[in-house]
Design a protein around this ligand. Structure first.
Ligand SMILES: Cc1ncc(COP(=O)(O)O)c(C=O)c1O
Length: 389
């Protein structure tokens, strides 16, 4: 059975070049990067070369890159590393749970947190940020690109506002890295998170950019790894993989692969909207990363569509979460003003480097009949049809 994977915002396959770069660091070059002998120096060199590649991807100095176990840890280190009791934090209502639940936890511990709303396109208004600043605001944490809709926030404006107010600015760039260029100095952020598995490096490795001079309390206590900002023996193969993926991402962006990705995504979007009625793009009208589209198909349950498509070989996802047996509509889509039914009827398609135009054709051929079948079963949809007298 043919299988097409259009869920690259969940995770991506490790590229063959990345795997090749990592392989020697499992057995042949196995040293602990803290050891002073030959074996340690060999892996130390590899870790530092990877740091340079990540720094090139982000436009920062290698010394400003801290390796972590992924995006969640990078977000937690930025937030808990800075904020103390008595501080005020500003975030948005559409953050990934790595940021949202960290901020909620701080709030439960007595820290004041402001959750900024978004408009119908999923954008935070810079004026809302300006108005939310208080004398004790320590940190603003607003994501770069949303994982469900791909919507890109005006991070450079946020950076300026934070710099003027002398407030730290962190951005979760997990869904932006490799998809669009990131220059931390132009954004003016102090902290920025990335995660390897979202751009063809392995799961379980990521990095936090920490602007020179920013003092962070560590999350882990132990050795003085990562300049005492992240204790624990480095995940050398993972870090090497992250470095290689960063190097490849820099080349791909220079070759205009982001533009090619956007035209493939736009073709997918047009084909779906042209063949399925009562469907639309969530976040249309806002700038978006080139690989993502989030589409609502009114009168169906997104979960049911995901399962139907999976049975036919197409992997996509919903932003919905299942808690205590009930499917909760996505917090991102409801924050954008979607009614719960439409939010539950939404599906995310996210393309990756491995996808071809044939994959897009496969998806667009499957969708109309799958949606139609579910709508036939939907009491909501049937109510739309004329009732026989
Ligand atoms: C925007 C965003 N932030 C953070 C994370 C967490 O990253 P990780 O899976 O590396 O912990 C994700 C993963 O889905 C994400 O999409």
């Amino acid at each position: 059975m043919r299988r097409v994977y259009l869920d690259n915002n969940a995770t991506t396959p490790v590229l063959p070049e990345v795997l090749d770069a990592m392989r020697p660091y499992y057995a042949e070059h196995f040293g602990n990067a803290s050891s002073i002998h030959h074996h340690g120096q060999e892996t130390r060199g590899a870790v530092e070369r990877a740091r340079e590649s990540v720094a090139t991807l982000l436009g920062c100095r290698p010394a400003e890159v801290v390796f972590t176990s992924g995006g969640t840890e990078a977000d937690n280190l930025a937030i808990f590393g800075l904020v103390q009791s008595g501080d005020h934090v500003i975030t948005s209502t559409i953050e990934h749970h790595a940021v949202l639940n960290s901020c909620k936890h701080l709030h439960e511990k007595g820290v004041e947190v402001t959750f900024l709303p978004v408009d119908g396109r999923g954008l935070v208004d810079p004026d809302d940020l300006r108005r939310a600043l208080r004398p004790n605001t320590k940190l603003v944490t607003i994501m770069f690109a949303n994982n469900e809709t791909g919507v890109i926030q005006p991070v450079e404006e946020f950076g300026k506002i934070c710099a003027e107010a002398d407030v730290y600015f962190h951005s979760d760039a997990v869904q932006a890295a490799s998809k669009i260029p990131i220059r931390v100095k132009e954004i003016g952020c102090d902290l920025l998170s990335i995660s390897g598995h979202k751009f063809n490096a392995p799961q379980g490795v990521g990095a936090l950019y920490v602007r020179k001079g920013t003092t962070l309390d560590p999350l882990f206590f132990g050795g003085s790894h990562e300049r005492s900002r992240r204790a624990g023996t480095e995940n050398v193969p993972g870090i090497v993989g992250l470095g290689k993926a960063a190097e490849l991402a820099v080349k791909a962006l220079a070759n205009g692969e982001d533009t090619e990705m956007a035209s493939l995504r736009d073709r997918l979007e047009r084909a779906i909207l042209g063949s399925v009625e009562s469907a639309g793009v969530n976040g249309a009208g806002a700038p978006r990363v080139p690989n993502t589209t989030n589409i609502y198909f009114d009168y169906i349950e997104g979960e049911a569509l995901v399962i139907t498509l999976d049975l036919k070989g197409l992997a996509v996802s919903t932003g919905a979460a299942c808690s205590s047996g009930a499917i909760e509509p996505s917090h991102v889509l409801t924050a954008m003003g979607l009614l719960p039914d439409r939010a539950r009827a939404s599906i995310r398609f996210s393309l990756g480097k491995q996808n071809t135009s044939g994959d897009v054709d496969f998806a667009t051929q499957l969708l109309p009949a799958s949606v139609e079948r579910l709508r036939e079963l939907s009491p909501l949809y049937n109510r739309k049809s004329p009732v026989p007298s």
